[in-house]
Design a protein around this ligand. Structure first.
Ligand code: HSE
Length: 311
């Protein structure tokens, strides 16, 4: 360990990507959280400050804050007797469907790990971060924390044991993330999930999920576009996001290869080919849908991003 203090960037992520509920996720370049950690002799993890976008919705209570729960898991697993003070600068708005709690959890775990004399492997960090995420959403899901840690595209092959498959997406895969001024809590959105799934929907989902993974690893953006289809989760959550369908249609018309609900929403995410389509035009088309209905919206247009890293 070279210092007793670190600051890390933890990127926003989009989970599910159509057919990959709780399985697929991709990291964005922006926005991101910045997590500061300071090693202290007193055991335990404290959150000393949360500032930034939607900071008032983030608890300082260490047992419920995703970053501190994740960091405490890292210290517990590493069996060390020191503690940490964390400070969070939120760039990813809570209740956005852009992995806000996941970014803080990933950043908390990553920062704590940098302060260990013997750091844990990334595979251990993913489980620590997923436990942090659980503190916020109520259930353990790793499809946001994994891409925030690893960057690029990730697949949760298994939860028991946790096994993350990391894939570098095509360089020409562009992403538009549009965040309307609507709040969706992941906990509530998970409450809408069906308890069972019809066989024909399962067949549809396995086909599309497999093809999407192949499209990511072969660098086939049109195949990725054809593979983003969700007949199970998005249909039950769509009522939480006014104008979702119009926004998706506008993105497709403007050149996106796919447009879908980001995570549990309300983010509307779109994929496009950076070399063939104009991401700004896609973003503006989605913006127009929301703003013409009087809903404010923030839009990010970029390629996919890297994972957690030291500032
Ligand atoms: N897979 C999670 C869900 C992601 O859809 O509930 C939450 O962003």
């Amino acid at each position: 360990m070279s210092s007793d203090r670190v600051e890390v960037i933890a990127p926003a992520t989009i989970a599910n990507l159509g057919p990959g509920f709780d399985v697929f996720g991709i990291a964005l370049k922006e926005p991101y959280d910045v997590i500061g950690a300071r090693r202290v002799s007193e055991p335990g993890v404290m959150v000393v400050e949360v500032v930034g976008v939607g900071a008032n919705r983030v608890t300082l209570e260490a047992k419920r804050n995703t970053a501190s729960v994740a960091a405490a898991e890292v210290l517990r697993k590493a069996n060390v007797d020191f503690g940490l003070e964390l400070s969070l600068r939120k760039g990813v708005r809570p209740c956005s469907g852009m992995g806000s709690s996941g970014a803080s959890a990933a950043g908390g775990a990553f920062a704590a790990n940098l302060l260990l004399d013997k750091p844990l492997p990334m595979s251990d960090l993913a489980m620590c971060a997923a436990k942090g995420e659980q503190a916020s959403s109520g259930t353990l899901h790793a499809d946001n924390v994994a891409p925030s840690l690893y960057g690029g595209f990730t697949i949760i092959r298994s939860y028991h044991p946790l096994d993350v498959v990391h894939v570098v997406p095509p360089a020409n895969l562009g992403i538009v993330a549009a965040l309307p001024d609507v709040m969706v809590s992941t906990k509530e959105a998970r409450g809408l999930l069906p308890k069972s799934v019809e066989m024909r929907k399962l067949v549809h989902t396995v086909g599309h999920a497999s093809s999407l993974a192949v499209g990511m690893s072969l660098g086939d953006v049109p195949l990725i576009g054809r593979s983003v289809s969700d007949v199970i989760v998005e249909p039950v959550r769509a009522p939480l996001v006014p104008h979702l369908k119009e926004a998706e249609e506008a993105a497709l018309k403007a050149g996106a290869v796919a447009s879908f609900l980001g995570g549990s929403g309300p983010c509307v995410a779109s994929f496009f080919d950076l070399s063939l389509s104009d991401g700004k035009a896609i973003g503006e088309a989605v913006r127009h849908v929301f703003e013409s209905k009087g809903v404010k919206v923030e839009v990010w247009v970029d390629g996919w991003g890297k994972g957690c890293r030291r500032v």
